[in-house]
Design a protein around this ligand. Structure first.
Ligand code: FAD
Length: 311
């Protein structure tokens, strides 16, 4: 059995594994895809002290750093269930899709999240070539250019306000007849001179010239008319879904959005189970934040372990 078992091999999981291994305790990492969302990222320019890197490069560095230590890395392993110990302080069980199960004194959940796609022609083709999901990450790449934000909930309206300060013009596209963001955000958005808000609009296609995005088409749902906007970037903001479906039947408390509820130490509602990164209620989903939270969850797990009664 492990003393610390990390589920997920993104920035949060990698940081948790390194911190645990450095305590000299039996550490394992099971990940469906080691590297996580970082593998799908191109330019990364906000990982402080590294001016510029690329996703696959950072993912390789994460794996190499973990493998410097005596960590049992189990890649391509998907967790499907978490079972609480039979007695307090006992072994926690993680069930894998392949039928096997792993046991550990503590578990760190860091299964991340995924952006919801609009699923229109051009979205997949121009991902990282004008189609973006993270305004904090990619906003500055569109300085002085024209962009659209798809989605009029809080994250879409926040993104539009943020981007309006950087880019030349923002078109906010909302499917519904009205925005769903908080009133205070809507008022702020309406006050900005370089923002156009389009409601009752269904995005139908993202256009490009083969190398990068050149426009977006939408259907006006009230008049059934087709429209095209020329622009250089599209930010899709229709939701970030935590990878926590596999925890629904466990005793780990999830928020109404499916995020793992954690306290300031990274503890979940189940003793011995900690969590970090995009899968949790911690706000602002960023690499540097996920790594910090992973380190914190690992140190909390260590604190928990040294308080367990000797066997
Ligand atoms: P993830 O990176 O999502 O990793 C989750 C891990 O858990 C993966 O290994 C996954 O395979 C595994 N997993 C999931 N479910 C299971 C399961 N059931 N069993 C086992 N393993 C499982 N952030 C920045 O700071 N700067 C940027 O420039 C930036 N650009 C981005 C660009 C794109 C296109 C995207 C998608 C994200 C970007 N982000 C950026 C956000 C950043 O990637 C995330 O905040 C960060 O990766 C979160 O780390 P994490 O470890 O919590 O989760």
């Amino acid at each position: 059995a492990f003393e610390v078992l990390v589920i997920g091999g993104g920035p949060a999981g990698a940081a948790a594994a390194v911190y645990a291994a450095r305590k000299g305790i039996r550490t394992g990492v099971a990940a469906e895809r080691f590297g996580g969302q970082v593998l799908d990222t191109m330019a990364i320019e906000n990982f402080i002290s590294v001016q510029h890197t690329e996703g696959p490069k950072l993912a390789t560095a994460l794996e190499q750093h973990v493998k410097q230590y005596d960590v049992d890395v189990m890649n391509l392993q998907k967790a499907v269930g978490l079972v609480a110990p039979k007695t307090p302080g006992g072994l926690i069980e993680v069930k894998l899709e392949n039928g096997a199960s792993l046991k550990s004194r503590t578990v760190i959940l860091s299964t991340g999240a995924r952006w919801r796609n609009v699923n229109v022609p051009g979205e997949a083709e121009y991902k990282n070539k004008g189609v973006a999901y993270c305004p904090h990450c990619d906003g500055p790449l569109f300085k002085g250019k024209r962009v659209a934000v798809i989605g009029g909930g809080n994250s879409g309206v926040e993104a539009a306000i943020d981007l309006a300060g950087i880019v030349a013009h923002v078109t906010l596209i909302e499917y519904d007849s009205q925005l769903r963001a908080d009133a205070v955000l809507q008022r702020k958005l309406a006050s900005l001179p370089n923002v156009t808000i389009v409601t009752s609009a269904m995005t139908t296609e993202i256009h490009g010239d083969g190398a990068k995005v050149s426009g977006l088409s939408y259907k006006d749902r009230n008049h059934d008319t087709a429209h095209r906007v020329d622009l250089e970037g599209v930010f899709v903001q229709i939701g970030l879904v935590p990878n926590t479906e596999w925890l629904k039947d466990s005793n780990v408390a999830l928020s109404n959005r499916g995020e793992i509820e954690v306290d300031y130490r990274g503890e979940t509602s189940m003793p011995g189970v900690f969590a970090a990164g995009d899968a949790t209620t911690t706000p602002y989903k960023q690499i540097i934040i996920a790594m910090g939270e992973g380190a914190k969850a690992s140190l909390s797990a260590f604190d928990y372990l040294i308080r367990l009664p000797a066997e």
